[in-house]
Design a protein around this ligand. Sequence first.
Ligand code: LMR
Length: 415
Amino acid sequence: MADSFSNVIELPPDPLFGLKARFNLDKRADKVDLGIGAYRDNNGKPWILPAVKLAEEKLINDPNNNHEYLSISGFEPFLNNAAKVLLGSDSNQLSKVISQQSLSGTGALHLAGVFIKQFYKGNHTIYLSKPTWANHKQIFEYIGFKVENYPYWNNETKSLDLDGFLNSIKSAPNNSVFLLHACAHNPTGLDPTKNQWDLILKELEKKQHLIIFDSAYQGFASGDLEKDAYPIRKAINEEIISSPIIICQSFAKNVGMYGERVGAIHIIPSTKENNEAFNKAVKTQLNRIIRSEISNPPAYGSKIVATILQDSKLYDQWRKDLVTMSSRIIKMRKTLRSKLEELKTPGTWNHITDQTGMFSFTGLTPEMVARLEKSHGIYLVSSGRASVAGLNDNNVDKVAKAIDEVVKYYSKSKL
Ligand code: LMR
């Protein structure tokens, strides 16, 4: 059996973490990281939110704090308050929601996938937006889903392909699974309007598709937690949904705790299934998956988030922190756009300010992105997605000039 593992082949680096590794090796002092979506302050440094600092202090000084295991479901005060952030503190769904702490958004998506795969009687094909976050496809393929795409981004108009999106909802077999980005779509930064959401949700309901919301950026799009929860609350509160709704929630970005892996999965039973026995069954099955995969969830990040959510002063501070982050990003979008327009960079650049959240889908081609990296030390994903959070007053001029150079370079070579 000398070759019993000879089928193990080396894989290419992860598109996002591989980019980060290349960035770290680059010796140029003025290199710019517009790769992984992690907030940076105006000095290009990671930012510990003031709300988090206060919560950490409070937790350390709490004589009852300890390092015991959490329960398999996770930290109850975190789960209860995390559900309120999503659904609204006065939602009548709070008494019905089934919540389980997860390893951030990725863990929640994985848990959703395993649960659906084991129990869902519908169609095990999942529909992802085209394009979507690089990790979505492999999370679901790994669990054994068939993965399909629904049109989302119209490259010509740099806007939502609503007709394409609605047509794929209509033509997918009934009871398929649709993954929706709740807000601040990754990678395009393009969200449906309220009216478009209403149409999308209505079609999903007609076909009785199962919805998973990926909510990784609540508060990051508009700076307002309520506004950013629009599609989730619309779907749930109008009870237009005949299947349960699954929400995968991450606090990595909006609390700025990336490494602590704080997140949860919330399942809102449909009106058909809403009874105590169903809720208990789902809860115990989620517990079984967690117990066999990670035993029980990590405590620290969830205690910090719970501390913020339970203390009105810290909660207010957090809301201010969200505005600080989202408005700095909006300012950087405006600055980049106006600099490109001043430079008369070929093409239109209004999409940079029309888009929302952490990312801009710049429209730069993979060759342009490669040239930005090689000639200018500016790193972004080959799809042309730029993390606007990586821009600041010190580097935005350099970035605009470099984009101008590469766009003009490739426009000339086409002539
Ligand atoms: C991103 O898309 O850059 C982030 O969500 C980080 C990640 O885990 O990929």
